[in-house]
Design a protein around this ligand. Structure first.
Ligand SMILES: [Zn+2]
Length: 90
């Protein structure tokens, strides 16, 4: 059978094991930041609301490009608000 794209074959061979991280939704992308969608197993402090991001809750990891030490874990809705504050289109 024809197969044009041979990318990430391991992922497709394990359909029952979803990746623990994925590309962020398009609305969450902001210039100058790397944004990832993750399901973490630890608690994090969300800088948007200063509350805990609970283990196992899918949320967003935001890393300023060139500043990996400044990575922050945001509730999805808090980052959505932050995007608006930054002047994004979300
Ligand atoms: Zn929050």
């Amino acid at each position: 059978m024809p197969r044009k794209n041979r990318r990430n074959p391991e992922f497709f061979e394990k359909p029952e094991a979803p990746p623990a991280r994925a590309d962020a939704p398009l609305w969450a992308l902001a210039p100058g930041y790397d944004v990832r969608h993750v399901g973490g197993e630890k608690e994090y402090r969300c800088p948007g609301c200063d509350h805990v991001v609970r283990p196992g809750v899918w949320h967003l990891v935001v890393v300023p490009q060139g500043e990996p030490d400044e990575r922050r874990h945001w509730h999805t809705e808090c980052w959505r608000r932050e995007i608006r504050r930054l002047g994004g289109r979300a």
